[in-house]
Design a binder for this molecule. Structure first.
Ligand code: AGP
Length: 607
């Protein structure tokens, strides 16, 4: 997920240099990505300036000198790397050979390799490792064939496959910004003496609240006085485009609300982003997991290491590798790893799970594992972060930056990644098919669960403690649910394997004591029935998250979340959603800020 902005402005209309306006817009988009930043400005004489660098905006703004560049059209980009590590040369915008076309992009060009090969065969020279760079060279290729800037832009877009939001400027068209959208978000802003296009409304909200959300395959251009939108009909024989009437609406968001897409907190926004995060992660896995799955097939022992939520994902990954791929895989808490790593040898595999890729306990475990000759594999959400850098192999989730301290979309992306990896190692196509259904199922679960979770939270907010119980792969989901509740609402919660509850914990249960049950399938849920009955006999307030077909569990609960039945390895990512929502709303009803829970940091980089 990256942040992009395009602006066409009459000279002086924005009362500050265009470069500075772009910088401010990118600052408001920084929640979408911040490992590198860049901008391009075209002045009224048709001179294109481009400045870009690895690093956060605040750290490189002096070097880039945004406010020294003025012009009549410009684009900007703040990056969350997916193809190619963060570096000056991989930062956007990217240009063609002539340096007259500059493009910023958010998304994934799936057919970039074949386009790059075709263009290289026609003499184009590439300097970056990104998929994006093929776009300006494609535009240049069509301009060489006689097309004007906009026609060349449309012809280039028509050749692309994948998810993209693109903004481009051309020194041969001062005052024009070209744009195109397919899947990745892009929105227009209609100002006075200036018009805008961006990944999200916050980018230009100080200048206008008149917006138009673009739809898939809508392309067009903006000048200071004009906005043209067309629907592109890509086809082998050239390009057809039909004019689209402008769908302008006025939004009443404050800039602060707009940063959260209209949501009150990043945590609830990121819970709602999970369908997209899962879809983007799945799209990036086929290219990444082949070699890793092959290496796993020959592994002697497999140890998965993580902290907090990433430990819960590691736990699920260990069960998936054991039950799908027939490998004996065990999860280990990162800060406890040192007492297990002594058993590692050449031929063993360690999978280090960390969304930030910077958790020091996990990083130290990777270093120790490598010293002992184990193959180390990182699963992370941040390209080129410390743990992937120091591992032998890496697999990246594509959840986009997670701003809320509580991990939500990065957890489901990790679970999907590890289940996919296990399915590939175990040649289980059924699991992969089940994972592919998750984005739609997650959308439905969010819609169906949110009202009940909000109502349930009003009661939970009055409680002091809760148990979360599950069996098999439902147990790490229960652990994740308990951690979410603790982390943001400060309500004490403990997860146990359900069969363990009668070995002590049940002594705490009395009338009204909340017990949250999770079952992912009949296999783990069937044995849960007796636990639900034991708790009922002691007056527990029973909440159940289970497949809607598991009536023997749901029917014995006071509050039930009937979930779509699916493979347990897909359900693990799906059935956590009611727990996330319950934790979020309990925190809100208790009057806390779920985005910034007390005593916690988003990344723990000290032991
Ligand atoms: C989870 O909600 C917490 N933010 C925390 O437990 C987190 O999962 C843990 O610190 C690990 O972080 P990582 O995934 O970046 O390594």
């Amino acid at each position: 997920m990256c942040g992009i902005i395009g602006i066409a402005s009459k000279k002086g209309a924005l009362r500050k240099p265009l470069g500075e306006v772009i910088r401010e817009a990118l600052k408001r988009l920084e929640y979408r990505g911040y490992d590198s930043v860049g901008f391009a400005v075209v002045n009224e004489l048709g001179v294109l300036f481009i400045r870009k660098s690895k690093g956060k905006i605040d750290d490189v703004q002096a070097k880039l000198a945004f406010n020294e560049f003025d012009g009549v059209s410009g684009v900007g980009h703040t990056r969350w790397a997916t193809h190619g590590p963060p570096s000056d040369v991989n930062a956007h915008p990217h240009t063609d050979c002539s340096g007259r076309v500059a493009v910023a992009h958010n998304g994934i060009i799936e057919n970039y390799a074949s386009i790059r090969e075709w263009l290289a065969g026609r003499g184009h020279r590439f300097v970056s490792e990104t998929d994006t760079e093929v776009i300006p060279h494609l535009i240049e290729e069509f301009k060489r064939g006689g097309a004007g800037p906009y026609e060349a832009f449309k012809a280039a877009v028509a050749r692309l496959k994948g998810a993209f939001a693109i903004v481009a400027v051309d020194a041969d068209a001062p005052g024009y910004v070209f744009f195109a959208r397919n899947t990745s978000p892009l929105v227009l802003g209609f100002g006075e003496g200036a018009n805008f296009v961006a990944s999200d409304i916050p980018a230009f909200l100080p200048y206008t609240n008149r917006v138009m959300v673009l739809r898939d395959w809508e392309v067009g251009y903006l000048t200071p006085d004009e906005v043209v939108v067309e629907e592109l009909m890509p086809g082998e024989d050239g390009v057809e485009a039909n004019r689209v009437s402008l769908r302008v609406r006025v939004i009443e968001w404050t800039p602060q609300m707009a940063m959260k897409g209209g949501y009150p907190h990043y945590m609830i926004k990121e819970i709602h982003e999970q369908p997209q995060a899962i879809a983007a992660t799945l799209a990036g896995l086929p290219d990444q997991v082949g070699a890793v799955a092959e290496a796993l097939k020959h592994a002697d022992k497999v140890v998965l290491i993580g902290a907090g939520t990433s430990y819960h994902a590691s736990f699920l990954g260990a069960l998936a590798l054991t039950n799908i791929a027939g490998l004996l895989a065990v999860p280990v808490i990162a800060s406890e790893a040192r007492w297990y790593l002594r058993g590692l040898r050449e031929g063993d595999v360690v999978i280090a799970v960390s969304q930030s890729g910077e958790t020091i306990d996990t990083l130290l475990a990777v270093r120790e594992a490598r010293k002992r000759g184990a193959l180390t594999i990182a699963v992370s959400n941040v390209v080129d972060s410390a743990i992937p850098r120091e591992s032998d192999m890496s697999i990246y989730t594509r959840a986009g930056p997670e701003i809320g301290v509580a991990a939500t979309k990065t957890f489901t992306a990790q679970v999907v990644t590890l289940a996919y990896l296990a399915a590939r190692a175990g040649n289980d196509a059924r699991v992969i098919e089940a994972l592919k259904e998750l984005p739609d199922l997650a959308e439905a679960v969010i819609v169906e669960s949110e009202p009940l979770a909000r109502a349930l939270a009003k009661v939970m907010a009055e409680k002091q403690s809760a148990f979360y119980l599950g069996r098999g792969p439902a147990y790490p989901v229960a652990m994740e649910g308990a951690l979410k509740l603790k982390e943001v609402s400060y309500l004490h919660a403990e997860a146990y394997p359900a069969g363990e509850s009668k070995h002590g914990p049940i002594a705490l249960v009395e009338e009204g004591f909340p017990v949250v049950f999770t079952a992912l399938s009949r296999e783990d849920g069937g044995a849960l029935v007796s636990n639900v009955e034991e708790m009922a006999a002691r007056g527990a307030w029973r909440i159940a998250v289970a497949p809607r077909t598991l009536e023997e569990v749901l029917g014995r609960a006071d509050v039930r979340f009937p979930m779509p039945p699916t493979s347990p390895w897909a359900a693990a990512a799906l059935y956590v959603i009611p727990h996330q929502l319950l934790a979020y709303y309990t925190a809100v009803f208790r009057g806390y800020d779920p985005d910034k829970p007390r005593n916690l940091a988003k990344t723990v980089t000290v032991v």
